[in-house]
Ligand binder design. Structure first.
Ligand code: CP3
Length: 354
């Protein structure tokens, strides 16, 4: 495997010295790029794109051709695990993901199983190894999965939800059923991320996109507890190098201390918590990734640059910061504005690493 030429992302996650703050964007390979839309059309559908290792690698590398990014992220989806459990995943245009066979009862939950990583999810591992080969050491590759709670919201609701009414009713009335689902999911995520690491992922991120809709008590019991189990079960080193783990709970700013207690290397931060406050609370224990409001990219390049300068200053001197958006880039963003953001980080951050 080719020697890694740019490791500042991995170094910052481990709070080792860097020459400047590394930067990547959640959803950096996606619909805001016309070249992504063209490749997706060629593939036929979103899942066909995920299942085609050459095309999945092509879209993974597209943002790196445009911008000086410090990491690539596997092109795939968090819903590959429930899809592999046979729940019948479809992506409907305008509607988002839909599961034909939602999990609603204890009997449904008892039918769930840990998918076989080689046969059911082998296409994801093939994409990981193809991307590593095509990256040829340019930047590290991030693997990822959804958190058990976030995956369960889609599986129980049958798709996206605004109210979480079905899964919350299950959580309050049939907690044992939900715990069974979350347990199978945690075991699946451990096997899935370890398989990605063995296939070549050099860091992994757990997306807990919907943990923030829970009360603090329920967050501990139904989301964080299972992420803790995942961190404990992961292979933390591969090929003689540490494999950092990033936990991201959208809306999790008030629980950073508890998240750091899991033993993760880094926490993802959305824009509703100031990064100086987050650093003061947990910065001696974990690195922080974030946390620019993705909506800033609708503003002018000058305003974007000013926001980058503010966040760099808020974080302050020293390593332990990976610059990112606080959530995925919106599909309508002008790619030139994404470029203004990334260039601003590369140009303005070296002064904090002297
Ligand atoms: O970040 C990247 O560039 C890597 C690829 C990636 C995708 N999804 C590609 C994708 C990653 C890391 C994800 C994670 C994901 N998927 C999450 C967690 C991240 C977050 O936003 O917090 C969630 C909740 C999902 C589930 C999912 N996948 C939804 C709800 C949708 C539809 C959303 C929409 O806006 O239509 C998807 C589809 C999806 N996943 C797309 C992409 C690029 C759009 C598919 C397309 O139409 O081309």
């Amino acid at each position: 495997m080719a020697e890694l030429q740019n490791d500042r992302f991995l170094r910052a996650l481990l709070k080792e010295p860097v020459d400047r703050t590394p930067v990547w964007m959640m959803r950096q390979a996606g619909r805001y790029l016309p070249e992504y839309r063209a490749t997706r059309k060629q593939a036929g559908s979103f899942m066909d794109l995920c299942r085609n290792k050459e095309l999945a690698s092509e879209v993974t590398l597209q943002p790196l051709e445009r911008f000086p990014l410090d990491a690539a992220i596997l092109f795939s989806d968090i819903l590959t695990i429930p899809d592999a459990m046979g729940l019948g995943l479809r992506f409907e245009t305008g509607e988002g993901p839909v599961f034909d066979k939602p999990v609603r009862t204890l009997a449904d939950a008892k039918k769930l199983y840990v998918p076989d990583m080689a046969s059911d999810l082998g296409y994801v591992m093939d994409a990981v190894s193809t991307i590593r080969k095509d990256l040829n050491g340019r930047v590290p590759l991030i693997g990822f999965s959804g958190s058990p709670w976030t995956l369960a919201t889609y599986m129980v609701e049958g798709g996206s939800s605004k109210t979480y009414s079905i899964i919350k009713a299950m959580m309050f009335d049939q907690p044992a059923t939900l715990h069974h689902i979350l347990d199978v999911l945690a075991d699946s995520v451990i096997a899935y991320l370890n398989a990605q690491i063995e296939a070549g992922a050099q860091a992994v991120q757990v997306f807990d996109t919907w943990g923030g809709v829970l009360t603090p008590r329920d967050y501990n019991e139904f989301s964080l507890r299972y992420m803790h189990k995942i961190v404990d079960g992961l292979k933390r080193e591969n090929d003689g190098r540490k494999v950092p783990v990033i936990l991201f709970t959208k809306g999790g700013g008030q629980w950073l201390e508890a998240m750091a207690d899991t033993g993760a290397d880094a926490l993802g931060l959305d824009w509703t918590t100031n990064i100086d406050n987050a650093r003061a609370r947990v910065g001696d224990r974990v690195a922080l990734q974030g946390n620019m409001d993705p909506s800033i990219l609708y503003a002018s390049p000058e305003r974007i640059r000013q926001e980058v300068a503010t966040i760099l200053k808020q974080y302050g001197n020293g390593s332990g910061h990976v610059f990112n958006l606080g959530h995925g880039i919106h599909p309508e963003i002008n790619p030139e504005h994404a470029g203004a953001f990334i260039h601003a980080v590369t140009e303005l951050s070296a002064q904090y690493h002297k």
